[in-house]
Design a protein around this ligand. Structure first.
Ligand SMILES: Nc1ncnc2c1ncn2[C@@H]1O[C@H](COP(=O)(O)OP(=O)(O)OP(=O)(O)O)[C@@H](O)[C@H]1O
Ligand SMILES: [Mg+2]
Length: 221
């Protein structure tokens, strides 16, 4: 297999302004791939396409060797649950639910064995030093909330974790803690991490850094 995600000739326009203009990308198993680029260049747009949330694009996208264009929306949802995990910049946690409930939410939606999901969620949360019964509003810090969001992204055991600026608005110490944990979990669970990154300290950890510029990705050396 060529890699877990294979994108060819991806195009996306908004109001006749082309944001992505024939972008190619391969995400290899287990790698940490960082995406950089100035504000408004199309990084979040790219992540939405790779995550199969935005289907209005040109070009082809395969995930685990499956061409996404051929799939019905329910098959697409299944593919997403099977292979992809997401960490959003602003966490998207539900404040009235506990950390455990937030983390198992994707498993609830995917109709998985909830006992197993709870077990797995408990493990990930304890690895991240988060108490399962805390609610996001009572959790102490943004760093902790972000770790709950990471646990949720991992609960279905994805092949790729897609993260849009996962350490935005964290202080440097929380950022390092977050990426130390991600490195450890990635070694154990062998998922690829594809993340939009701003911090130079974090970029040093990446296996590859690609810059999004003029609608395409360019290797940064
Ligand atoms: N739903 C939309 N409708 C119209 N224009 C959009 C939409 N989504 C994105 N755009 C435009 O596409 C361009 C790329 O936006 P995008 O959010 O992908 O940039 P970004 O690189 O993630 O920026 P930032 O670093 O600020 O997060 C911007 O010009 C934006 O205004
Ligand atoms: Mg963005």
């Amino acid at each position: 297999m060529d890699g877990i995600i294979r994108a060819r000739g991806i195009q996306r326009s908004f109001n006749e302004i082309q944001v992505l203009s024939g972008l190619d990308l391969d995400v290899r198993q287990g790698e940490f791939l960082a995406i950089v680029g100035r504000s408004g260049v199309g990084k979040s747009t790219l992540l939405a396409i790779l995550g199969t949330h935005d289907l209005d694009h040109g070009g082809t996208l395969s995930i685990a060797g499956i061409d996404t264009k051929e799939l019905s929306s329910s098959d697409l949802a299944r593919l997403r649950r099977e292979y992809l995990g997401f960490v959003f910049q602003d966490f998207h946690l539900l404040p009235e639910l506990t950390a455990m409930e937030n983390v198992i939410l994707p498993a609830v939606f995917s109709g998985r064995d909830l006992g197993k999901a709870r077990e797995r969620a408990g493990e990930v949360l304890s690895r991240l030093s988060i108490r399962a019964d805390e609610t996001p509003t009572t959790l102490l810090s943004r760093g902790e909330r972000q770790r709950v969001a990471v646990a949720r992204g991992l609960v279905n055991g994805p092949s790729v974790l897609l993260a849009d600026e996962p350490s935005a608005s964290l202080d440097m110490e929380s950022e390092q803690t977050l990426f130390n944990l991600l490195d450890e979990l990635r070694r154990e669970q062998d998922f690829a991490l594809l993340a939009v990154i701003h911090s130079r300290a974090v970029l040093d950890r990446a296996d590859r850094v690609l810059e999004l510029r003029e609608g395409a990705l360019h290797e940064v050396v």
